[in-house]
Design a protein around this ligand. Structure first.
Ligand code: NAP
Length: 541
């Protein structure tokens, strides 16, 4: 399906996408009714989008049965629908509601929701279904999303699945924040995905299935716990932690050498690249969306190795020549471990930063920028490539964006600086944000001028913090791996660490953090694993 927000007349679903869709729609078993409450007057592009989407899907499969209703109709009243567009999936059987058009990233989850509602089968594990069957109180799940958020679809899939698995108790509502700004404000939900159970926030960001199901059961936030079972230990040669470019490349190379490999990923496949709006320096692709590039790498990887998404390695220890690892879902025994756990956004430590996180303070422009797209004023803090790339993305979708940087020049590459100038993006140099201010959400920042130390207040609606990364080294610490002063893993030329059998690749090793380097490092680490395992003699002094 085209990932366009406002498709042109009659080019809504391309012929290529239709071919692909027909295959997916062949999975429909029973007919699915979708009640679509649409307005001709309000929120026009999104109502039109929803009408076209349903009309064209119905033309592709007779099992898709849209029923169009107007706001204020008896049926709209019967289901308590007051907003448009609202789409109810198989409402006589399930409580699944899309409040806002299922556009962009959500188009795919909507399609999967139809397929699941048709068969009555969700994507949840048997264990999760059993837990949900024990729920005897009603639960309402709200997931706030945006059409450009790469983390949202999986969270939506879990919510819809819960509503299918226990249809008498669980209702799921998917709320698009740009079209429902009042709801986003009421729930303080400007960072997506954000999940509420019975109107209580239980999580920000993509959550592992086990955690989410427990949150639905308890209607409260839940911490991840290690799997405690003693049976069914998964035996592998190599466990790779992290499904960014380094981990995925290593998996391809390792499996092709005959090393039995699994990749464990706690969050989104693709790491930081998956949330990079545009990549222009990966050879072979002049210009490609970060999430598209990572989708392609993941598709290639799963031809060789399994990727276990939604699992986090919580316990790790060495026992003899083997490693015993426990995730939230399973136990593993492996001969080697590759740490490709990457890095996460650095926090600025500003007054107001934690308080307004998710309420106007963001670390991901592609996730949260869409909300600000009608000329809302935002600041990007930082002077590197990330700040420049995010500012360009925000400007491109219609945000009124200004960069604030503490030095007298940006460190972003010349090409990006030229693009900032060509796009007339204002840059406040020698300026430091001292405080983030607001009420329910961000309203202003206090900025200090480095020359005269004067402090001024600038009204803003949002702040994107892009000041570099900190290494995700918790697992490395558990394994006793040596780190440098900044917390990055020390490695030798073959990407071996000080712990025999533990290797590292990608951003977690510090240095030049590029996709091409991560990919190269992944291949070198895999080659070392192969050499060491096949020699039966790991080459560490
Ligand atoms: P970066 O290159 O480390 O730059 C971080 C920026 O944030 C610097 O300008 C730094 O200022 C500033 N900063 C750091 N701490 C700060 C604080 N507490 N308050 C205010 N400003 C602060 O980080 P990045 O831009 O995220 O890039 C990380 C890596 O990813 C780099 O290797 C980059 O090349 C790569 N990347 C590449 C691309 C691309 O090629 N298109 C896109 C995105 C990222 P100073 O200059 O004063 O130190």
């Amino acid at each position: 399906m085209d990932r366009k927000m406002k498709p042109k007349e009659n080019t809504f679903i391309s012929e290529d996408s239709k071919k692909h869709l027909k295959k997916e729609l062949a999975l429909l078993t029973d007919p699915v009714t979708i009640i679509a409450v649409l307005s001709d007057e309000q929120n026009k592009p999104f109502n039109e989008f929803s009408r076209k989407l349903l009309t064209e899907l119905a033309a592709l499969s007779e099992k898709i049965r849209p029923v169009f209703e107007k706001p204020g109709s008896v049926v709209a009243g019967q289901y308590g629908v007051t907003r448009t567009p609202t789409l109810l999936v198989q409402p006589e059987r399930y409580h699944i509601r899309y409040t806002g058009a299922p556009a962009g990233e959500e188009a795919q989850t909507f399609l999967l929701a139809l397929i699941m509602a048709s068969s009555g089968q969700s994507v949840l594990s048997e264990a999760s279904k059993k837990r949900l069957s024990e729920l005897h109180e009603n639960r309402n799940i709200k997931v706030f999303v945006s059409p450009t958020c790469p983390y949202c679809p999986l969270q939506v899939l879990l919510a819809v699945s819960a509503a299918i698995a226990n249809s008498s108790r669980v209702s799921a509502e998917i709320i698009e924040i740009y079209e429902n700004k009042d709801l986003a404000e009421e729930y303080n939900s400007f960072t997506v995905p954000q999940v509420f159970v019975d109107d209580r926030i239980v999580g920000r960001g993509l959550q592992p299935e086990e955690v989410f199901i427990e949150e639905v059961l308890t209607a409260a936030p839940v911490k991840l716990k290690a799997f405690e079972g003693t049976e069914g230990i998964i035996e592998k040669d190599l466990v790779i932690a992290g499904a960014g470019p380094a981990g995925l490349t290593a998996a391809i190379y390792a499996e092709r050498s005959g090393i039995k490999t699994v990749v464990i990923e706690k969050g989104n496949i693709g790491g930081q690249v998956a949330i990079t709006p545009v990549v222009e320096n990966y050879p072979g692709f002049t210009r490609i969306g970060g999430s598209t590039l990572m989708d392609m790498m993941a598709q290639q990887t799963i031809q060789y190795a399994d990727i276990h998404q939604g699992e986090e390695v919580l316990e790790a220890r060495k026992k003899g020549d083997f490693f015993e690892l426990r995730t939230n879902r399973a136990a593993y025994r492996a001969r080697a471990v590759l740490l490709a756990t990457g890095a996460e956004s650095r926090k600025a430590g500003l007054p107001g930063e934690t308080e307004f996180a998710g309420r106007g303070v963001s670390y991901c422009a592609s996730c949260d920028g869409y909300y600000f797209k009608d000329g809302k004023k935002v600041l990007v803090i930082g002077g590197g490539n990330t700040a420049a790339t995010e500012a360009l993305y925000l400007k491109n979708i219609g945000v009124d964006v200004t960069i604030v940087h503490r030095r007298d020049s940006l460190r972003a590459e010349q090409y990006l600086r030229d693009r900032l100038a060509a796009n007339n993006i204002p840059i406040l140099l020698n300026s430091t944000v001292k405080e983030i201010q607001g009420d329910k959400s961000v309203r202003a920042v206090a900025i200090e001028n480095a020359a005269d130390h004067s402090v001024s207040t600038m009204p803003v609606d949002g702040i994107f913090i892009a000041i570099g990364y900190v290494p995700n080294n918790q697992l490395a610490k558990k394994l006793g791996v040596d780190l440098d002063a900044e917390g990055y893993i020390k490695i030798d030329k073959g990407h071996r660490t000080n712990v025999k059998g533990v290797y590292a690749a990608g951003d977690i090793t510090g240095g030049f953090k590029q996709i091409v380097t991560a990919v190269g490092q992944g291949s070198i680490a895999a080659e070392s694993v192969f050499e060491d395992i096949s020699a039966g003699d790991r080459k560490i002094d």
